[in-house]
Design a protein. Structure first.
Length: 173
């Protein structure tokens, strides 16, 4: 039981490592490089300060500050882009609702035309009254008998001549 569990654990770890390796080689782990670069640049600044090289420390600190500002500008541009996308989606949904409202208005106008036509027909046929007929299945229905005479057609006999065809051989046709 223990070896089976360990085997499944190693299999899961291998599959996870394979997936991470594929993501890394496809460029999906660029954030790892960014973190490593940030750690390296900051550790270089700390080493420069520890060794007494103030000029190198200030240069590295300026580079880190510039990198942080560039990242904040990138984040700001990403946020602006996302806001623009959201705004365009909202305006598209407003357009969709306007289309639905226009379709509803067309359907309401068509319904009003049908109602006006019905009212016009009722006004034109106002003097006509229809009597309601009821059917009572308990009373028998009497149908008169109708006699139809169909004349007999005389039998005509036609004698057809017999035709003989001579075949050249007994092979297939």
């Amino acid at each position: 039981m223990k070896t089976t569990t360990q085997a499944w654990g190693w299999l899961a770890a291998g599959v996870l490592a394979l997936g991470l390796n594929g993501a890394y080689h496809d460029g999906g782990a660029a954030w790892v490089h960014q973190i490593v670069n940030r750690v390296v640049s900051r550790s270089v600044a700390v080493v420069a300060l520890a060794t007494g090289h103030a000029d190198r420390f200030s240069a590295e600190a300026r580079a880190v500050m510039a990198q942080d500002q560039a990242e904040s500008y990138r984040w700001a541009s990403v946020v602006e882009r996302v806001q623009a996308q959201v705004q365009s989606r909202v305006s598209r949904s407003d357009n969709d609702f306007a289309w639905i409202d226009a379709m509803s208005a067309r359907e309401e106008a068509a319904l009003a035309r049908v109602e006006a036509s019905r009212a016009r027909v009722e006004a034109q046929t106002g003097g006509i009254h229809f009597t309601e007929l009821t059917f009572d299945p308990s009373t028998p229905v009497v149908c008169p008998r109708v006699r139809v005479s169909v004349p007999r057609i005389p039998k005509i006999e036609i004698v057809a001549p017999v035709v003989h065809i001579g075949m050249a051989g007994s092979g297939p046709v």
